[in-house]
Design a protein around this ligand. Structure first.
Ligand code: CU
Length: 70
């Protein structure tokens, strides 16, 4: 299991939380997806076939920019 935490600055409310958790959680291989609205982070636990790239793409697909991390 891989833990990935992404900072997504455009997260600002429970709608963002529901949209992102729904999209990321629907990916095959994702065990859990949790958005912290106050911290603007998305914490994901996943295994193959999910990838970090697919998770970022799912977030971007909901309309949120995922800036370079780190
Ligand atoms: Cu929002």
């Amino acid at each position: 299991m891989t833990d990935l935490t992404l900072n997504v600055p455009e997260i600002h409310c429970d709608h963002c939380k529901m949209s992102i958790e729904g999209a990321v959680g629907a990916l095959d291989g994702v065990a859990s997806a949790r958005v912290d609205v106050a911290a603007t982070t998305v914490a994901v636990e996943f295994d193959a076939p999910a990838t970090a790239e697919a998770i970022v793409a799912a977030i971007e697909g909901q309309g949120y920019e995922v800036p370079p991390q780190g």
